[in-house]
Ligand binder design. Structure first.
Ligand SMILES: Cc1cc2nc3c(=O)[nH]c(=O)nc-3n(C[C@H](O)[C@H](O)[C@H](O)COP(=O)(O)O)c2cc1C
Length: 340
């Protein structure tokens, strides 16, 4: 019995295996953030391919919260229909579906949008200097996350992931490198965690108690003065009681630094966060070999594994992985004659 193919139940969400497709921007929506045919095919194919949990790409809770002009959006009720169609297709083929709710903050590259951030520091010379958020701006964005969660529920998602990683808005509050505020949202770790805490609290008012919430974090800033896995664990411990059920562990992109990457380079961060928060974690990064995913899970280093680019290369990766791990799984009936 391969651990990778062992089911797991978190709140009401029951996954058939531990394979997660992490959010990956596809820059393919229309210019108003609506889903298009590409999304139905792209996500539906990974569901047919046997992925247990598909998490849709970073989706803007505000127009100015998008990373690019072709990101998916969830800031208007008109977005629900297309998203619901993606959900229905994926569920039809046996996957559970989540959506990453995001706000780019200072990393918004959409032409004509106002750029906001905790502090007026540009990401690089290529980016605009953001406007420092007022208390009203903070309230507005928190409200937008809540509205995004309401729409995600109406669209039928099983889980939402709050994007607190990769140097986007929430991460900009969490990191001392980008948050220079002197009010209750800046300074101490507790203050820097406040924005995320209030978002989770507000989102929980509309997101059903029985459905889980994932928070994705950058566990390492790769700068001495920045956040490290132990800091993120502490932040999550301050926030988790508001309703966090799973942590998706990534790293970097708060500031531009060179990172040495290799298969499994982030697994050690996931282990620290798992141990210190006692929350289930999704770990990954450059994983392409089923044996490696199996090792991570069997040794209790993570609860779920994400497979990103490998699933872009091969949407049927789970079917081949089962064969490699000598684990018999049902193939889609249409493909049974091709079973390995
Ligand atoms: C094309 C592409 C788009 C991505 N977009 C997002 C995103 O929207 N949100 C996010 O949290 N991470 C995003 N990522 C990061 C992935 O979720 C993942 O963490 C990363 O690719 C490392 O995993 P891998 O080595 O298995 O691909 C993106 C990665 C790629 C390759």
């Amino acid at each position: 019995m391969a651990k990778l193919f062992e089911g797991i139940k978190i709140k009401d969400m029951e996954l058939k295996n531990r394979i997660v497709m992490p959010p990956m921007c596809m820059y393919s929506s229309d210019e108003h953030g609506h889903a298009k045919e590409f999304h139905y095919i792209h996500y539906g194919t990974r569901a047919i391919g046997g992925v247990g949990l598909i998490i849709l790409e970073a989706t803007g809770v505000e127009g100015r919260g998008r990373i690019s002009g072709r990101d998916l959006g969830i800031w208007d009720d008109s977005h629900i229909e297309g998203l619901a169609k993606i959900v229905n297709i994926c569920k039809e083929y046996g996957a559970k579906v989540g959506i990453q709710l995001g706000h780019a903050g200072r990393k918004c590259e959409v032409e004509g949008e106002e750029i906001i951030a905790p502090s007026p520091i540009a990401f690089s010379e290529r980016y605009k200097v953001p406007i420092e958020m007022t208390k009203k701006d903070i309230e507005d964005v928190i409200h937008s996350f809540r509205e995004g969660a309401r729409r995600a529920n109406e669209a039928g998602f099983d889980v939402i992931e709050i994007h607190a990683a990769h140097g986007y808005l929430i991460n900009q509050f969490l990191s001392p490198l980008t948050n220079k505020r002197t009010d209750e949202y800046g300074g101490s770790l507790e203050n820097r965690a406040r924005f995320l805490k209030e978002i989770v609290e507000e989102v929980r008012k509309v997101w059903p108690e029985k459905k889980p919430i994932i928070v994705r974090v950058s566990a390492e800033d790769y700068v001495d003065e920045g956040n490290h896995p132990e800091d993120l664990a502490e932040i999550l411990n301050l926030v988790k009681d508001k309703g966090v059920d799973i942590v998706n562990v990534s790293s970097g992109a708060v500031v531009a630094t060179r990172i040495k990457v290799y298969p499994g380079y982030q697994i050690k961060f996931a282990e620290i966060i798992r141990q210190r928060t006692q929350l289930p974690v999704i770990a990954g990064g450059l994983i392409s070999q089923p044996e490696m995913a199996e090792e991570i899970l069997s040794n209790g280093r993570a609860d779920l594994v994400y497979i990103g680019r490998e699933l872009l290369r091969n949407p049927y990766w789970p079917l081949g992985a089962a064969k490699r791990l000598n684990h018999d799984i049902d193939w889609p009936v249409q493909y049974e004659r091709a079973k390995l």
